[in-house]
Design a protein around this ligand. Structure first.
Ligand code: AMP
Length: 426
């Protein structure tokens, strides 16, 4: 490492050689979203701070201590988006998308920003892909939200994932449950961790997924919301499970699953991978039937998920699955003198316009050094051009893998490259 400046803590450069796997994952995401008929939406990196405070909830970790919030030069409080759903719903309401179509199925691939303590699988700028189905209360769409990240994982060759499922109730059944839970927690409050004690009144459900062993033991028998749902939430939860069973999709009901965002109603889920260690969540999501209204829109039910791309790639790298290689030039044009260099440059531009990956030397290197560079770049073919070749219009094209040379007419270079490429493939 050298230089005066470093990338900020918790942020990462994605270098050539690594970026190919990102492009591959993104392509799979686009393909799966296309099959599920979700349309892409891109929202700004910056939003009004109030949007997140209002939707994610004042007493959540994200809003309370993780957002990159600052006052801009105009005096407005703005925030780098920490998650996608609030921004997509803001756009949905702002542009009246609900009036144009009964159901809007939208997806995104985007960086997100949270000032968390950096550790394996936890960054301050990370990337998510996610989807939102806005306009229907159908449990089939809850299930789609679970299946999309599972299908992306399947196409990437990732298996051994666990789908954890719960229901967090609604505005009818959650308040009475909350009182029940607080009553039960107060009995053990003095023994709870400091963090959990602080949550007791503000966000008691988060105490259920405390990582502290003692908290876990103390709360082992407190009431769980899944056992205190109203009839409507219970019916919805049952239908979600029926769909999953009819699709033979394994899942586990985890009554202690609480997502760190306040806007969820009814379904909440997480997809985890045992190969990830402490930060084992690959994706999470749920239903948010009150969110559009909360943001000033008409009451509109919705459901969605977000998956972490860095974590998916971490799983891929642990499994040592074959990932796409860097691009190598189809042909490297080696030039012997200045006139040949000019020809090679023009020729490379022409070849590229025809879709051939062409490279040449820009550093004034000797012919030998150019050959070495062609080798280092693992070029498929090398064409050496000098005065004689330009005069006669004939040259020899060397296949770098077999070492064989073939005579070609320079004018037919791209045809020769394309036809030999085809022959080698077959
Ligand atoms: P969340 O919005 O917190 O439910 O996160 C959804 C998914 O995004 C998680 O399951 C992770 O895969 C990923 N994720 C969340 N926070 C981070 C982070 N700080 N660094 C990397 N990935 C993250």
């Amino acid at each position: 490492m050298s230089g005066t400046y470093r990338s900020l803590k918790g942020t990462k450069d994605i270098l050539p050689g690594e970026v190919e796997i990102w492009q591959f994952v993104e392509k799979v995401v686009h393909d799966v979203m296309r099959a599920y008929h979700y349309g892409e939406i891109r929202t700004p990196a910056l939003e009004a701070t109030g949007l997140f405070a209002r939707s994610i909830g004042e007493h959540t970790d994200i809003v309370g201590k993780e957002m990159y919030t600052f006052v801009d030069r105009g005096g407005d409080s703005v925030t780098l988006k920490p998650e996608g759903t609030a921004a997509v719903l803001r756009a949905f309401v702002q542009h009246n998308l609900g009036e144009q179509s009964g159901l809007n199925k939208l997806y995104y691939i985007s960086p997100m920003f949270r000032q968390e303590r950096p550790q394996a699988g936890r960054l301050r700028q990370f990337h998510q892909f996610g989807a939102e189905a806005i306009g229907s209360a159908s449990p089939a769409l809850d299930v789609e939200s679970m299946l999309i990240p599972l299908e992306v994982s399947r196409r990437l060759g990732i298996d051994g994932l666990t789908l954890k499922l719960s229901s967090v109730g609604c505005e009818k059944c959650r308040p009475p449950y909350r009182e029940l839970l607080i009553d039960a927690l107060e009995k053990v409050a003095s023994q709870l961790s400091e963090e959990s004690r602080a949550r007791l009144r503000q966000n008691p459900m988060r105490i259920l997924d405390s990582k502290d062993d003692r908290d876990q033991r103390l709360t082992a028998h407190v009431p769980l919301i899944k056992d205190h749902l109203c009839a409507e939430c219970r019916e919805h939860f049952e239908q979600v499970q029926q769909h999953l069973r009819s699709l033979d999709q394994p899942y586990v009901v985890d009554g202690r699953l609480v997502r760190g965002l306040d806007y969820y109603t009814k379904t909440a889920f997480e997809i985890t991978s045992a190969s990830l260690g402490a930060q084992d969540a690959l994706a999470g999501g749920g239903r948010y039937d009150l969110l559009a209204e909360e943001l000033g829109g008409a009451p509109t039910p919705g459901v969605g998920f977000a998956a972490g791309i860095e974590r998916l790639i971490l799983v891929l790298s642990k499994k040592k699955l074959s990932t796409p290689a860097e691009v190598h030039p189809t042909v490297f044009l080696v030039a012997m003198d200045d006139a040949s260099r000019r020809w090679a440059f023009r020729q490379a531009i022409l070849l590229r316009s025809e879709g051939v990956v062409a490279e040449l030397d820009y550093l004034g290197r000797s012919v030998r050094a150019q050959m070495r560079e062609a080798n280092r770049q693992q070029a498929g073919y090398v064409l050496v051009i000098g005065e004689r070749e330009l005069e006669t219009g004939n040259a020899s094209l060397k296949n770098m893998e077999t070492g064989k040379e073939i005579s070609i007419v320079l004018e037919d270079l791209s045809a020769a490259l394309l036809s030999h490429g085809e022959k080698e493939k077959s």
